[in-house]
Design a protein around this ligand. Structure first.
Ligand code: HEM
Length: 434
């Protein structure tokens, strides 16, 4: 049989220096490296191919319109068969070796395609609807007020991230999930190890540095999470409570509990994505107010614009830096032919600074309307926790802002070294309470 004739549309190759600036973990420690690289890509090669040593080739999708189109088209762009996160060839090889030849490193929602995805997302989707989430407001307000009182007791200087913002969304999501407060530090540590695998402060030091270190650390951290959640699941099957672990642990399809991989990975996805992202967006919002102090005054003068401030904080910080998709068929997107099995990196921070959609995109501007950012993705995988995240943040800043007379930077902010989920790991501030 003759092979199918191949379309010969040239493949634009991204210069290595630009590709490295846009995707390497260490680039994300400095906004002055990643954002100019994204701007170059959007203007010169919006659908460009990166062929970096140590990585399988992949497309970098940098414009808002293309990230949106691919996210919505789950027929042509799928998740399940390839690694959803960009990792080195050595890391992918390590995953295949320990995973019966497959590079799907987890069985959580993000890694599923239709119809499996709809079936499993349906277990919790009602639970995460805006109306249902609003019922948690009183409890969240209590947690927020306790956290703010702790902060204001700190003698006018603190690290907004390390001393404060890491703990409030953590407490909220663990409460919802059903993890006892005493185990929160353990959950925080494991989340930091999962997402901070490349960061010198967060990584698991017992894993030797090397080209497959990220995958080894990921695996080791998942195993720790499994040990923990297996126990809790057993408990909630025998004594269910009003929490998400009880809901998922007792879910049955055709009279069978869901299999253990999918069950435990469900908890891990919620336990990790559910707070790290929200605290990164909240810290990003605080930095926005510090870098653009007139915005602090605008917000102080009219707290009713809080929802706009929250959206702008999420856009400006964009805590999830990428997810990958792979092409299920040959398909054209953004004027570029993509081949079946090609992988594409959706750059959310680049989409969210695209001047074709956002006026003065680098400015932190809380009155921005509309604010159609893609920080929660789009299409069938769009963040299931988005209403919770926004409510979480609104309640926190509702409690904090009226108590802050002024706030300023008291040292250099530091960003986590990660090209997947990252944000500020340190934000020293000096404040006056009122
Ligand atoms: C500001 C905070 C957050 C941001 C920026 C964020 C961002 C994202 C993004 C970009 C995706 C992938 C969307 C796509 O592929 O199109 C996602 C999916 C997901 N998020 Fe969030 N997220 C946040 C908060 C949360 C919270 C609070 C939860 C708690 C439950 C959560 C749980 C999930 C889950 C389970 C998925 C997978 C959904 C699926 O594949 O169907 N996220 N999130």
């Amino acid at each position: 049989m003759q092979p199918e004739p191949r379309n010969t549309m040239a493949e634009p190759l991204i210069p290595d220096a630009i590709a490295t600036a846009a995707i390497a973990s260490h680039s994300y420690t400095d906004d002055k490296i990643v954002y100019p690289a994204f701007a170059w890509l959007r203007d010169n090669m919006p659908m460009g191919k990166a062929c970096l040593p140590g990585y399988d080739p992949f497309w970098v999708v940098s414009r808002h319109a293309d990230v949106m189109a691919i996210s919505r088209d789950a027929k042509n762009f799928i998740n399940g068969d390839h690694n959803l996160i960009l990792q080195t060839q050595e890391s992918d090889a390590f995953i295949r070796k320990s995973n019966k030849g497959k590079v799907r490193s987890m069985n959580s929602l993000a890694y599923m395609d239709h119809p499996e995805h709809a079936k499993y997302r349906g277990i919790t989707s009602n639970w995460f609807m805006a109306g249902r989430v609003a019922k948690l407001e009183a409890r969240m307000r209590q947690i927020a007020e306790e956290s703010v009182a702790d902060l204001l007791n700190r003698d006018s200087e603190c690290d907004f991230v390390k001393d404060f913002i890491l703990y409030y969304p953590l407490r909220v999501i663990m409460d919802i999930l059903g993890v006892p407060p005493a185990d929160e530090p353990r959950m925080l540590k494991l989340t930091q190890q999962l997402f901070g695998g490349d960061d010198p402060d967060e990584r698991r030091h017992e894993i030797p540095l090397g080209p497959d270190a990220a995958a080894r650390a990921w695996r080791a951290t998942l195993e720790d999470f499994y040990d923990y959640f297996r126990e809790l699941s057993r408990e909630r099957r025998s004594q269910p409570r009003d929490d998400l672990i009880s809901l998922i642990a007792n879910k049955r399809f055709d009279d069978e509990y869901i299999d253990e991989d999918r069950e435990l990975d469900y908890y891990i996805a919620i336990a990790t994505a559910g707070h790290d992202t929200t605290s990164a967006a909240s810290a990003g919002g605080m930095l926005g107010l510090l870098r653009f102090p007139e915005q602090f005054q605008i917000l102080k003068n009219d707290l009713s614009i809080m929802p706009k401030f929250i959206d702008e904080s999420i856009r400006w910080s964009t805590p999830i830096k990428h997810f990958m998709r792979s092409a299920a068929f040959d398909v054209e997107v953004g004027g570029q032919m993509i081949r079946q099995n090609d992988r594409l990196l959706l750059s959310y921070p680049s989409a969210n600074r695209d001047p074709r959609v956002f006026e003065r995109p680098d400015d932190f501007s809380i009155m921005r309307t509309p604010n159609n950012h893609l920080a929660f993705g789009n299409g069938p995988h769009m963040c299931i926790g988005q209403h919770l995240a926004k409510l979480d943040m609104r309640i926190l800043f509702d409690a904090l802002l009226p108590r802050l007379r002024s706030v300023e930077l008291a040292g250099e902010p530091r960003l986590l070294q990660s090209n997947f989920i990252s944000g500020l790991k340190s934000l020293p501030i000096r404040f006056k309470a009122q």
